[in-house]
Design a protein around this ligand. Structure first.
Ligand SMILES: *[C@@H]1O[C@H](CO)[C@@H](O)[C@H](O)[C@H]1NC(C)=O
Ligand SMILES: *[C@@H]1O[C@H](CO)[C@@H](O)[C@H](O)[C@H]1NC(C)=O
Ligand SMILES: *[C@@H]1O[C@H](CO)[C@@H](O)[C@H](O)[C@H]1NC(C)=O
Ligand SMILES: *[C@@H]1O[C@H](CO)[C@@H](O)[C@H](O)[C@H]1NC(C)=O
Ligand SMILES: *[C@@H]1O[C@H](CO)[C@@H](O)[C@H](O)[C@H]1NC(C)=O
Ligand SMILES: *[C@@H]1O[C@H](CO)[C@@H](O)[C@H](O)[C@H]1NC(C)=O
Ligand SMILES: *[C@@H]1O[C@H](CO)[C@@H](O)[C@H](O)[C@H]1NC(C)=O
Length: 756
């Protein structure tokens, strides 16, 4: 208690002493009331950046006066060249009316690339502590005239040079500064302020200084490495680690706009650990309130051979959206896929509002095709949205399109990731030289540990753009860059800094077209829902008949979805399996598609063995109980088949023969064909296996009559095999068995002798 009282007294004393020497100032221990702070900013358009600025200002209840809205911008292209004089002219005019308000504090700031991280009380307190009438933002880089360097007062530590993106000062003083303006709109504002500041006399009489240690103003240019996010309860700030300060006005000057966008994903209250995303539900569009659903042009890009394309196309049909509101434009660059498009077209031509295909014969480059799709929407005033999707995006969420529209952003993409990998459809950061850099939050966003709507620099594969934006902000193609990334990028320094797994998984840079917005249009990615995944198109071999069968390694999730029986997992969850004969288990494992494609593949190959005893394919060259068959190895499918056994058969083995861990090893994996014309049955025999699987590949009744299997020891027959279901039984000793005659049609089974 004593200590506390002492402290209070002590600090009071110091402040009192300070005020003794500044007779004209209000007593220093009296804080400036926050009503006395007025923000002036120049903005000629309500850009995304401006709206973000206003959100942060409103969050802290700043009083903001916007100058120049609706005026044509004549201040030059700041950022690339000098300019910004228009800002001073507008400020000069505004100050004329405020000049005699002695206790009014003016904060003049940019707005397109600026965020507030703290409130008025704090800014006024810090201004007061700076003990000057006018305080400019400071930065470490001199601009626009390097020759002025020596004229600057030197500083022992802190930023030495003036930045005009932020000025705070008493109204009469600000007025005296800007009243000196008599230049043109495209003259440089920073040079103007710099010259006044560098005049020693003016510096003293106007009582000006710079915020050298980023107490109030943080310019990010040249200082990106100094700042970090500081998460607090409820609010997120920026900390300058060099000066250990918590700046209030965060300015993405120069080439640091992307970094400001990253900070703006958090600061001041966009996202935090306690409450997650706070702005995600702002400005939602309620589709149910609309009289009609918006028209969407769906641009589909098949730029390389892509596994599971029929499934991809089918998902477009299952999107939860009125199909007559969808106009489909397909660019197919692959002759291989023409049959798939044809099938899809026949199935859906009367479903969608329209359906247009540009095929490989048009010889369009990827960039041309993408621009063509975008133009179709841009040039059609009734096109409300452009939804671009590449063939490697498996949208498993049927609501995706609705959810994206409802999120109501100019450009937004759903997060999609490669299954089990960190590879995704966006980049979280960009290094200053324009290459890939990993943002601090990339992994958390990909893994959905941070959930929200994120402002990001690059996006590919799938995104939604408002048609109105294509016709306005992005009306010229080059406002919106579809880049074919330089192959060198894969080799660049920054690319090497990617984590090793990302490098390994990266698609080849040449095939990677990314979307990069410019002219201040923000681009978002949402991970608020699970939308789907990216499949791998790498090493897709199209020399087989049914090529997706080979995708078990590269795209295991899609392989399972297509080829594993719908009820397979119920074996484990609902004991969904039967035991028709002692120790003969019967369970669903392959889908109809898997069965059909395996049979097709074998018939396409066509070299059935003929069921002869002499067999060059096996060691010893002699088979005692031969079947009319083709080995998996003959069609180059043995590695994939063995993987299937390990992934999908082994767990069943462990369930029914508990304690037996199969190695999932098999030399004999083959498809047998029974027909009355060739071989109709197989005499009783043992298998050279610990256990055997025998999967029916077609249907009794429709495809053949007869067939089945009989186990002699138990006098037990199974005469109605089910397509896609497998038997599993011990191979030797107890399970002498025979193949019952097929009396009509053709019966196919897939057999493996496991753990021989
Ligand atoms: C801003 O004003 C509102 C309404 O007066 C108040 O509820 C809110 O707490 C204020 N915000 C801040 C950051 O002071
Ligand atoms: C600047 O103004 C402050 C009060 O705001 C005063 O204490 C200080 O002495 C002045 N500095 C100069 C150089 O006039
Ligand atoms: C297709 O375009 C490429 C590049 O523009 C060109 O080299 C090639 O000759 C064209 N092929 C045909 C068949 O027109
Ligand atoms: C594709 O498969 C065929 C047939 O199995 C094989 O001969 C060929 O080497 C494979 N190509 C590649 C690139 O793996
Ligand atoms: C899976 O089981 C359900 C009932 O359990 C059945 O209705 C459905 O047809 C089965 N699916 C297949 C592909 O057999
Ligand atoms: C085998 O079963 C059939 C019918 O299920 C029966 O007719 C026959 O007598 C049985 N044979 C033996 C040896 O038990
Ligand atoms: C044999 O199969 C063919 C074709 O599946 C069918 O037309 C025919 O009726 C069948 N014959 C018998 C005797 O079932």
């Amino acid at each position: 208690m004593e200590y506390l009282r002492f402290c209070v007294f002590f600090s009071f004393g110091i402040k009192f002493a300070a005020s003794v020497f500044s007779a004209d100032a209000p007593p220093a221990f009296e804080s400036i009331p926050k009503e006395k702070l007025l923000i002036l900013t120049v903005a000629t358009e309500e850009t995304d950046g401006f709206l973000r600025f206003m959100r942060s200002a409103n969050y802290f209840n700043y009083t903001v006066k916007v100058l120049g809205m609706g005026e044509k911008w004549k201040g030059g292209d700041v950022g690339h060249s000098i300019g910004g004089g228009q800002k001073v002219r507008l400020l000069k005019k505004a100050m004329e009316a405020l000049a005699d308000q002695e206790d009014l504090v003016i904060l003049s700031v940019d707005s397109y690339d600026l965020i507030f991280a703290g409130g008025p009380e704090e800014i006024l307190k810090k201004f007061k502590q700076a003990n000057h009438k006018v305080l400019f933002a400071a930065e470490g880089l001199i601009w626009p005239d390097k020759r002025l360097t020596d004229k600057y007062p030197s500083v022992r530590s802190g930023k030495r040079f003036l930045n005009s993106g932020g000025i705070i000062g008493y109204a009469p003083y600000i007025n005296r500064i800007v009243s000196e303006w008599n230049l043109h709109d495209n003259d440089d504002d920073q040079l103007f302020y710099t010259k006044i500041y560098l005049d020693p006399l003016k510096r003293e009489t106007l009582n000006m200084t710079l915020d050298h240690k980023c107490q109030i103003f943080q310019n990010l240019n040249g200082a990106v490495d100094e700042v970090l996010l500081k998460f607090g309860t409820g609010r997120v700030r920026v900390r300058n680690t060099m000066y250990d300060s918590l700046p209030i006005v965060v300015h993405g000057n120069g080439k640091t706009k992307m970094y400001l966008n990253y900070l703006g994903n958090y600061v001041p209250n966009a996202w935090n650990y306690e409450n997650g995303c706070s702005g995600c539900d702002d400005d939602l569009l309620d589709l149910t309130q609309l009289e009609e659903y918006p028209n969407v042009l769906v641009g589909v890009f098949i730029e390389q051979p892509t596994p599971f394309l029929p499934e991809f196309l089918h998902r477009l049909l299952t999107l939860d959206y009125p199909k007559d509101k969808l106009q489909v434009f397909v660019h197919n660059n692959e002759v291989y896929h023409e049959k798939h498009i044809q099938t899809f077209w026949e199935e859906s031509k009367n479903v969608f509002g329209s359906f247009k295909v540009v095929g490989p014969e048009e010889n369009l480059s990827q960039g041309e095709a993408r621009n063509m799709g975008m133009d179709l929407c841009r040039k059609d005033a009734t096109c409300d949205y452009y939804f671009s999707i590449d063939s490697d995006v498996m949208l498993t969420n049927r609501q995706t399109l609705k959810l994206l529209i409802e999120q109501n952003r100019k450009i937004i993409g759903p997060l999609v990731t490669r299954h089990g990998k960190l590879w995704s459809n966006f980049w979280g950061a960009l290094s200053l030289d324009g290459y890939y850099a990993r943002s601090e939050d990339y992994v958390d966003i990909v893994q959905r540990k941070r959930v929200g709507v994120w402002n990001i620099p690059y996006m590919a594969h799938v995104y939604l753009i408002k048609g109105a934006v294509l016709r306005k902000e992005l009306k010229e193609r080059n406002y919106f860059v579809l880049e074919k990334l330089d192959p060198d990028m894969a080799l660049c320094r920054n690319a090497r800094e990617m984590t090793s797994h990302r490098e390994k998984d990266s698609p080849s840079p040449e095939s990677f077209h990314m979307l990069r917005p410019s002219k201040g249009v923000f681009m978002f990615i949402t991970n608020r829902h699970d939308f789907g995944r990216l499949i791998s198109t790498a090493s897709y071999n199209t020399s087989h008949y049914n090529n997706d069968l080979w995708q078990i390694f590269e795209n295991p999730v899609d392989w399972k979805e297509k080829y594993i029986h719908q009820n397979y997992t119920q074996i484990f969850t609902h004991n969904y399996l039967e035991q028709p004969c002692p120790d003969v288990y019967w369970f669903p494992v392959l889908s109809e598609k898997a069965c059909d494609e395996i049979v097709e593949e074998m018939e396409h190959y066509g070299s059935w063995s003929g069921g002869k005893h002499e067999d060059k394919r096996i060691s010893g060259g002699y088979e005692t109980v031969p079947t009319d068959d083709i080995h998996m190895k003959q069609i180059g499918f043995d590695k994939e088949w063995l993987h299937f056994i390990r992934e999908f058969i082994s767990p069943v083995t462990l369930k029914v023969f508990s304690g037996y861990y199969t190695k999932g090893y098999a030399l004999m994996n083959f498809v047998v064909k029974y027909t009355p014309e060739r071989q109709a049955y197989l005499r009783p025999h043992h298998d050279s296996s610990t256990f055997t699987i025998n999967i029916a590949l077609n249907n009794k009744g429709s495809d053949f009559q007869g067939g089945g299997c009989r186990f002699h020891r138990y006098n037990c027959s199974i005469e109605s095999p089910r397509k896609g279901w497998s038997f599993m039984h011990p191979g030797r000793l107890t399970h002498l068995h025979e193949g019952l005659p097929t009396t009509n049609g053709t019966r196919y089974i897939a057999v493996s002798f496991i753990d021989p």
